[in-house]
Design a protein around this ligand. Structure first.
Ligand SMILES: Nc1ncnc2c1ncn2[C@@H]1O[C@H](COP(=O)(O)OP(=O)(O)OP(=O)(O)O)[C@@H](O)[C@H]1O
Ligand SMILES: [Mg+2]
Length: 427
């Protein structure tokens, strides 16, 4: 079959790479794609957020399956538009995408469904938000309710900081409309994991566990980013934990949506905190995580095209997924200055040598200019490898990265450190 993938980041490169290797797939088209995706798909220059353009492209290409990668087109209703033309789409409708598009919607739904999550209040008035912040005290978490590309959450150690952040969000300064509602949350303590599910109506198929590193700097310091590295499986997600996340978080959420007349078809991503009181939901996303998608696709043995088509057609019953036993680890290479401003158009060299050293390179913010690969985004590359242990996978990635020739790029040097410490303590 022919598959159209919407998007052009590292997640979409990993999806296109895997789809190209799926026995059920004969052709992969990606819009807009990037310089690396070109190796695995035919790229068409239509932006992921150009909803009319994507609909036109789908009608011209007539793919048997459309996979919408990023959250923005889902929240803008691309899946609804495509389904209206009869396409098989993997990705939720606009109403279901609110689980990610509105943190206040998501938290209220969680409360309704009895999903374990941090205590919270939703505010639109700065004085009322301040009152709650002062009453609850620090540490405290302030979230812009709308989409903010992974940067709209501040974990404040200081009440005055928290008040300023909330006021700034509500004034529309930091995140525009996305900050017109803020969620004030109790600060949870524990290890974080990403638990993803392929959902198709009532059917919920768990993916392997993964863990990402959202903070910019080594040792999980600095601001939150879209994600600086990830690995799968996450050793902290034991079979018991995975089962609790499925039964206490994913299932009741999908059921609560259904009770509101909303059906979910696509990836449900539960960000969970493994607290002393058990797993608690931090948030939902409605698409594969990026970078988590990269190690997941590196480990997936099953035919991705077949599974996603079955989900899109509500024929997921009985489907299973097989995974490599090995650990996959991904390190993100970002442009100096990210998540702030950075210089675009810098030439990136050494990519062939990185791959010859045993790593797979997935592209995110890259473009080809005059035969060179250049950076056009904040997160630019994901360098991936498999290994018998997290430590081995990490060693391969960092050794391969010695060959990267890009002075204007940077990456964390410690991706996987928690899992490696756990491995060491077991040996
Ligand atoms: N209640 C909480 N207690 C402690 N830390 C939290 C809490 N909520 C969020 N965080 C921290 O902030 C990070 C980002 O929060 P959240 O996942 O809600 O934001 P996001 O911007 O939607 O992230 P993503 O880019 O993964 O979608 C979390 O991964 C976690 O580290
Ligand atoms: Mg999110």
């Amino acid at each position: 079959m022919k598959v159209l993938v919407v998007g052009g980041g590292g997640r979409e490169h990993a999806l296109c790479w895997k789809l190209k290797r799926s026995p059920s797939v004969s052709e992969v088209v990606c819009a807009p794609g990037n310089a690396g995706i070109k190796r695995d798909a035919r790229c068409v220059a239509v932006g992921a957020e150009d909803i009319d353009g994507q609909v036109r492209l789908a009608r011209a290409e007539q793919p048997e399956l459309i996979v919408v990668g990023p959250e923005v087109p889902l929240v803008l209703g691309l899946a609804d538009r495509l389904r209206a033309f009869g396409f098989s789409v993997f990705g939720p409708d606009q109403a279901a995408a609110e689980l990610e598009g509105s943190k206040s919607f998501s938290k209220v739904l969680m409360a309704e469904a009895g999903v374990p999550t941090a205590r919270f209040e939703v505010h639109t008035d700065a004085n009322l938000a301040e009152h709650t912040i002062r009453e609850w005290g620090a540490p405290i978490v302030i979230k812009a309710s709308g989409l903010a590309a992974g940067k709209g959450v501040i974990v404040a150690d200081d009440v005055e900081d928290a008040v300023l952040v909330a006021r700034d969000m509500l004034a529309g300064n930091s995140f525009g409309k996305a900050g017109s509602q803020v969620v004030v949350e109790e600060c949870l303590v524990g290890e974080e994991a990403s638990c993803l599910f392929i959902v198709s109506g009532d059917m919920i198929l768990p993916l392997a566990s993964s863990q990402d590193h959202k903070r910019l700097l080594n040792g999980d310091g600095g601001p939150n980013t879209g994600g600086m590295g990830a690995y799968s499986p996450a050793p902290c997600v034991t079979p018991d934990v995975a089962d609790m996340v499925l039964e206490q978080i994913a299932r009741p959420t999908i059921a609560a949506l259904k009770a509101r007349g909303i059906e979910f078809v696509g990836t449900l991503y539960a960000g969970v905190m493994l607290t002393a009181d058990g797993p608690k939901a931090l948030e939902f996303n409605v698409r594969f995580g990026d970078p988590e998608c990269q190690p997941l696709m590196s480990r997936l043995k099953s035919d991705l095209g077949r599974v996603l088509l079955a989900a899109a057609r509500k024929e997921l019953d009985g489907a299973t997924l097989e995974w490599e036993d090995q650990t996959a680890l991904c390190v993100v290479i970002a442009s100096d200055g990210y998540p702030g401003s950075f210089e675009k158009g810098q030439i990136i060299g050494g990519l062939d040598a990185v791959e010859e050293a045993g790593a797979a390179v997935f592209h995110a913010g890259t473009r080809e200019e005059d035969g060179h690969i250049v950076n056009i985004g904040g997160r630019v590359l994901g360098v991936n490898a498999l290994g018998a242990t997290v430590a081995e996978a990490q060693k391969t990635v960092y050794a391969a990265l010695e060959h990267l020739d890009w002075p204007g790029g940077f990456y964390r040097k410690d991706i996987g450190y928690r899992a490696i410490a756990r491995e060491k303590s077991l040996n």
